[in-house]
Design a protein around this ligand. Structure first.
Ligand code: NAD
Length: 539
């Protein structure tokens, strides 16, 4: 077998990773063991903090904020540090990519595309700091009233396993740009690359205590962090249950909250679409990251006039992906394992329940065994699941028990239609007209991502306006840019959004300063309690 692992040098690790608190520091909690989902082996360990460690990290972060070491540093200085971090991140890409592949099991092709793009978040928010203008308000009188944006204080950021670095960077860069002290709790499944960010930020010039990384479980470390009274904002990306549980604690502390939660994205293929382009789009939207993305296109709605062709071509595409599955480090590898055995069993249960409810299996449907055809990867040792396609039938012939009809609405009731599988599993549904397509697309508690495939321009405007989702892509899928808002439109998909100017503002408070530039005589004339006082005090 050709040597696949040019990355081995980066992955050597003998000692467990300590916590990052401006420098590597041992934690007094339990030891976390990180698994390679491609073969189940333990690849790293990380210290976790005790409850006392958590309290002391929060207090140091608060002191840094209160002393203004970073929060009151000039915006030019903060921008310089972010630009320097971008440079250092770019120089560390090989190591970060290698660890991201190792801990997530996502193919090297995906990580080589995703991780370098993170540099753009540092550059974007550095540029925002350099170019942001402050408003001067039309307050009446000889008053000069301007508005500043100031940091909130200590902010806690909690991230999931699927894009460990991307999501950490999306959150921490606007928070640091605004001058906050950030404590990051990465997923217990994938803490390594977040821990590697620490030295990069310190070398870039971030003062010690302004950025810390505390790995651990949500139920312990996560809970201790979000419950701390000095924490002024929590920002989580994770499942809807976690988002709801954390939100109730954060609300009790009157802290601010951003939550990027679950999704069940519809992807609609209209009659005018190029079938080949749409099938490529479905495969990308559904199977990238082994379907473990919040915007995975899991509900594929296809116009009945082209559904046979889409079905056939999608099956062929799924087969071609399976043929190139293997070690995530293989340069040709198309799809890796899912993150854990628990996740694999969850996917299996959802697929089984859909089949029990009457869905028809078109491709995949059970965990992979045997050996890869591109290398010697033993699928049985890891958590490999093939691209899986299930047919749920058509709105033209809505068959019970999956289909529920009322006078005005059509809806589908099987767990796989309603719940996130967070795996490479899609359902295919036929429709005859736009109202059916829109009704089915919106038949969900979620509202994060959605996609349309059509070459009819007016249709793309018309339909995107009616889709209840925070991000609608037309003839593309899963585009992400530092400038482009990313957030849900329904509560189950979250609160607030990431990226762009809004994410930066959500990490600030407004501070209004009003200076009276009247002469002393005018000030004296403005004496409210003067004997001959006028009764109008303007402005
Ligand atoms: P998860 O909810 O299991 O965990 C996410 C993070 O929250 C982890 O760090 C975990 O330790 C922590 N956590 C969980 N419960 C907690 C609690 N009660 N208190 C404090 N912390 C807690 O999610 P996951 O399995 O890592 O990720 C998958 C989920 O994330 C999916 O639902 C997916 O849709 C969602 N997600 C959303 C977006 C988005 O942008 N909206 C992006 C990626 C993933």
């Amino acid at each position: 077998m050709a040597p696949l692992y040019d990355y081995e040098d980066f992955l050597k690790l003998e000692e467990p990773y300590p916590l990052w608190c401006g420098q590597y520091t041992p934690g007094s909690g339990y030891m976390l063991h990180v698994q390679n989902p491609a073969n189940g082996e333990t690849i790293a360990s990380a210290h976790t903090p005790s409850e006392e460690d958590v309290a002391s990290v929060v207090e140091v972060a608060h002191k840094m904020y209160a002393d203004g070491v970073w929060a009151l540093a000039s915006r030019q200085h903060r921008a310089d540090v972010l630009d320097k971090a971008a440079e250092l991140l770019a120089a560390s890409l090989d190591k970060l990519i290698a660890w991201e592949v190792m801990q997530t099991g996502r193919p090297i092709r995906e990580m080589k595309a995703q991780v370098p793009s993170l540099v753009r978040w540092f550059r974007y928010y550095a540029a925002l700091l350099r170019t942001e203008e402050r408003a001067v308000l039309p307050t009446m009188g000889s008053l000069h009233n301007w508005v500043d944006r100031v940091a909130l204080g200590v902010v806690v950021q909690i991230t999931p396993f699927n894009h460990p670095l991307l999501i950490a960077v999306k959150k921490l860069v606007p928070a640091l740009a605004a001058g906050n002290s950030v404590i990051l709790k990465p997923s217990e499944l994938t803490p390594v690359t977040s821990l590697l960010l620490g030295p990069i930020l310190t070398e870039a010039g971030l003062p010690e205590g302004v950025f810390s990384v505390l790995p651990g479980l949500g139920s312990t470390v996560g809970n201790w962090l979000v419950s701390h009274k000095l924490v002024r904002k929590v920002d989580i990306t994770g499942g809807t249950n976690a988002g709801r549980a954390i939100g109730s604690i954060v609300g009790g502390n009157l802290a601010r909250y951003t939550a990027e939660l679950g999704g069940k994205a519809p992807l609609i293929v209209f009659q005018s679409a190029s079938v080949d382009a749409a099938v490529n789009g479905i495969a990308f939207g559904s199977f990238i990251a082994s379907g473990q993305t919040c915007v995975a296109s899991t509900r594929i709605l296809v116009h009945n006039s082209i559904i046979d062709e889409v079905r056939q071509k999608l099956i062929l595409k799924a087969q071609s992906i399976v043929e190139r599955m293997g070690s995530p480090f293989h340069p040709a590898s198309t799809m890796g394992p899912v993150i854990s055995d628990k996740q694999l069993r969850h996917i299996e249960a959802l697929v089984k329940s859909a089949l029990d409810d009457g869905a028809k299996l078109l491709h995949g449907g059970s965990r992979m065994r045997g050996t890869s055809s591109i290398d010697d990867t033993d699928f049985g040792k890891g958590y490999f699941y093939p691209p899986t396609i299930l047919d749920l039938g058509s709105a033209a012939e809505p068959k019970a028990p999956i289909w529920k009809t009322s006078d005005s609405d059509l809806s589908i009731e099987t767990r796989l239609w309603n719940e996130e599988a967070f795996g490479p599993v899609v359902v295919l549904v036929g429709f005859d007209n736009e109202p059916q397509a829109v009704g089915l697309a919106n038949d969900t508690i979620y509202g994060l991502g959605a996609a349309l495939w059509t070459t009819d321009l007016s249709q793309s405007f018309r339909i995107s306006e009616h889709i209840r989702a925070g991000i609608v892509w037309v003839n593309t899928h899963h585009r992400n840019d530092p400038s482009s808002p990313w957030g849900g439109l329904t509560a189950s998909s979250g609160v607030g959004s990431e990226n762009g100017v809004e994410a930066y503002r959500a990490y600030t408070m407004t501070k209004s300063t009003i200076i009276n530039y009247a002469t002393t005589k005018e000030c004296l004339d403005d004496d409210w309690f003067a004997d001959d006082a006028k009764d109008v005090r303007y402005g």
